[in-house]
Design a protein around this ligand. Structure first.
Ligand SMILES: [Zn+2]
Length: 297
């Protein structure tokens, strides 16, 4: 299948409104395959990944990344997505739980995530500098939660639409839209955008009819939409044996020793891509030695 996943950065009305519009179908499919997600969990993780990618694209520095965690009171447990510019990875505590459809026939993402809890956004700005933003989960439907985060934590009023259309295990379409009027944007433009919001409410279904570039032209007709930048998107994990070693070392001597004392060594599984890393007893002992040589920080 051709990979159409990409982010369009658009401005409207001569730069008074910033828009991000993206397709994430393939990335969400890959996530669903890795975690063998139920349809409702595919939708939840897919929406979270899509929203996180928008934050990731806003990060400018090369070694910067953003992590969004939803800790709701629903049966999925915690959901985490990390975006590294155009790349994203995600996981959940319980990605296979299933729930009945809502009365309107839609997947009940809000109940899977939970209707209350915390959303946290950690921006890793490199050089050990982090920005942490926290907000309440307002619905668990995720788009509203992102909109609330932008308004409360970044003081940036935003309209957010996130959608994942699934049929069984197949992701038919996934994508998202973020609209941010910039300071000084006239009320008439904001009213115009609010009037048009029903057009993009069901974004993944709209995407089955037309490519996002066409949707952009249709939705923002008369508002001079200009595509400023296009970025390819994809699901990609950054784990490696070296990172796993560092994670093991960070456990500290005592826990490493008790791992080494178990007969079979240790097997670590990456939460994001399910890759397995085996460490033999001898390798663990070697790690303990390097942990000992590491100065305390
Ligand atoms: Zn991995």
């Amino acid at each position: 299948m051709k990979n159409n996943d990409e982010m369009l950065q658009i401005d409207l009305c001569g730069g008074q409104v910033r828009v991000m519009l993206c397709e994430t179908t393939q990335a969400v499919q890959k996530c669903a395959d890795i975690h063998e997600c139920s349809p409702v969990c595919t939708a939840a993780l897919g929406r979270l990944m899509t929203g996180t990618l928008m934050l990731g694209i806003m990060m400018k520095g090369e070694d910067e990344s953003v992590t969004v965690t939803l800790k709701g009171d629903g049966p999925m447990g915690s959901l985490v997505a990390v975006a590294d510019h155009g790349y994203v990875r995600a996981c959940a505590d319980h990605p296979q739980i299933d729930l009945p459809l809502r009365e309107d026939g839609k997947l009940d993402v809000g109940s899977a995530v939970g209707h209350s809890g915390r959303m946290s956004v950690i921006k890793d700005l490199g050089m050990k500098k982090n920005y942490i933003g926290q907000s309440e989960i307002v619905s668990g439907e995720i788009a509203m939660d992102f909109a609330n985060y932008f308004t409360v934590s970044e003081q940036q009023p935003s309209l957010v639409a996130l959608g994942v259309l699934v049929s069984g295990n197949a992701v038919l379409k996934a994508g998202g839209l973020l609209i941010q009027p910039l300071p000084g944007c006239p009320d008439e433009i904001i009213d115009q955008l609010e009037l048009r919001s029903p057009m993009f409410a069901d974004i993944s279904r709209e995407m089955t009819f037309a490519p996002i570039e066409q949707l952009c032209r249709d939705w923002f007709r008369g508002m001079d939409p200009r595509i400023l930048e296009r970025t390819p998107l994809g699901y990609k994990c950054t784990c490696s044996r070296e990172r796993m070693e560092r994670a093991l070392i960070s456990l500290g001597r005592k826990d490493l020793q008790s791992l080494a004392d178990e007969d079979q060594g240790a097997e670590l599984v990456c939460h994001f891509c399910r890759s397995k890393y085996m460490f033999t007893k001898a390798e663990l002992v070697e790690l303990i030695r390097s942990a000992d040589n590491k100065p305390e920080v």
